[in-house]
Design a protein around this ligand. Structure first.
Ligand code: MN
Length: 467
């Protein structure tokens, strides 16, 4: 027996206005019913107009995933009744989706279409409140073939899709914010499938699929029938529960929306520029970074997770060119300072990488100083903080802030003599041949000098003084 899993993923598209009217598409708006108009609240006599930007974004996703763009397309009405759906139908696409086919990570895509979101309901005491801010927000729906055979493969697929959507800047695709919602159709050997909804994180994708596969396996072993139904995920009990038996497609009485014109996709003038605007996608970038920069796959992965950041890193690397023979060491050092120190500062300030004051060139200069041993790692961190706060050239900061390494023998000798007189036991140990006693003395002196002593010069001084 083999798991057969398909995913249906809904994604909020990042457009200025809604799908069929000019109300703002702002899903972060917390005041209810602010971004609404007669069209998205379904008032009689109003007419929808197609948001071209939303159509373009779906087509661009289709191109990036190798799908076939429709020649002709149209919108259809999907009829059902629910208080969050003011018109009594959702405008969606039925038999002529914008995109058919394509694949991602070896999983075939069935279709990608465009539709509108419904509003939101909240229940307060005896009342149900409805907020139509989200009603009519453009939604992309992507449906895969049931090619997925494990929970892990499903979450990998969803993560990669999220990353691609962010690279294309078509959506923030934030699951916690509801920008990306996942439903999984789960069965064994293409048998009766169960649809699991309310999946709101990648870890729930895995947990819900694993739970459901196990539940079905137990039933199948007992020769019991699996009911075709929609199940929800209970995040407290960590289990799926029955919500309702699945509607068949014809229950929705789909028919072409008479208020919206069918149109020819190839007549869109923007098609070729949409194609050109597709950036290098994460999968290619992973491979290229690993090869060109001699990075381990897991290092390349860290970089690729943030498109702007990966561009920053790449620009900084290109500034390291003078290093020649030491370039590999330089890139590793750059990687460490980028992932640990720079991102540490970014996370602490809660900003994004495109807001930082450091240029890739100046960041590379800092690594260069470090590599040429002109500064210690302690000093590098001090300079980095200054660069982070106000920008600037690390060489200038080094000069003006007097942060350079103390290599001057006189002051180093004075400091060493002081440490020797204060630590007679360590000195005795050293004379008895204990190698780590020297390290101890150097460490003490370093501490006194705020980590700015040149360790090589310091070691030579100690060796002379203790001879
Ligand atoms: Mn849908």
């Amino acid at each position: 027996m083999k798991p057969t899993i398909g995913l249906e993923i809904h994604v909020h598209l990042k457009t200025l206005t809604k799908m069929f009217c000019d109300s703002l598409n702002d899903t972060s708006e917390h005041h209810p019913n602010v971004n609404i108009c007669p069209i998205c609240t379904g008032q009689p006599g109003t007419l929808p107009t197609i948001n071209k930007k939303a159509v373009e974004k779906v087509l661009q996703v289709g191109m990036a995933l190798g799908g076939k763009l429709a020649k002709n397309t149209k919108f259809d009405r999907k009829n059902y009744f629910y208080p969050d759906l003011p018109k009594g139908y959702q405008i969606s696409q039925y038999d002529e989706p914008l995109v058919s086919g394509g694949s991602l990570l070896g999983v075939r895509l069935r279709r990608i279409h465009l539709e509108e979101d419904a509003g939101g309901l909240s229940h307060v005491g005896d009342f149900s409140l409805v907020d139509y801010n989200r009603a009519g927000v453009p939604l992309m729906e992507l449906v895969t073939e049931p090619d997925i055979t494990s929970a892990k493969q499903a979450s990998d697929f969803a993560r990669e899709l999220q990353l691609i959507l962010r690279y294309l800047e078509v959506s923030d695709a934030d699951m916690e914010m509801g920008h990306m919602r996942i439903e999984a159709n789960i069965s064994w050997d293409m048998g009766t499938k169960v649809e699991v909804k309310n999946i709101n994180s990648f870890s729930v994708v895995e947990a819900a699929i694993n739970y459901e596969l196990e539940r079905q396996k137990v039933l199948l072993k007992k020769k019991k029938k699996i009911i075709q139904e929609t199940r929800g995920w209970d995040d407290v009990k960590k289990e799926t529960f029955s919500q309702r038996s699945k509607e068949e497609a014809h229950d929705y009485r789909y028919f072409p929306d008479p208020d919206l014109p069918a149109f020819e996709v190839s007549s869109l003038k923007s098609l070729s520029s949409l194609k050109q605007e597709i950036p290098e996608l994460p999968e290619q970038k992973r491979k290229r970074f690993a090869e060109e920069f001699k990075l381990k796959p897991e290092q390349a992965e860290v970089l690729v997770q943030n498109r702007t950041g990966s561009n920053f890193f790449e620009e900084a690397v290109s500034e390291l060119n003078e290093l020649e023979g030491e370039k590999e060491t330089g890139i590793q050092l750059l990687f460490n300072y980028y992932t640990t120190d720079l991102w540490g500062l970014i996370a602490k300030e809660e900003i994004t990488i495109d807001q930082i004051k450091i240029t890739p060139g100046n960041f590379a200069d800092l690594i260069f100083l470090l590599l040429k041993k002109e500064i210690s790692s302690r000093t590098a961190k001090d300079i980095l903080l200054k660069m982070f706060q106000a920008g600037g050239d690390p060489k200038e900061i080094l000069k003006s802030e007097n942060l350079g390494q103390v290599s001057d023998e006189d002051s180093l000798r004075k400091a060493a003599e002081k440490i020797i007189s204060e630590n007679p036991n360590a000195v005795a140990d050293y004379k008895k041949g204990k190698g780590n006693a020297m390290q101890f003395l150097i460490g003490k002196t370093m501490g006194q000098l705020g980590g700015r002593a040149n360790p090589q010069v310091l070691r030579e001084i100690f060796e002379k003084l203790l001879k």
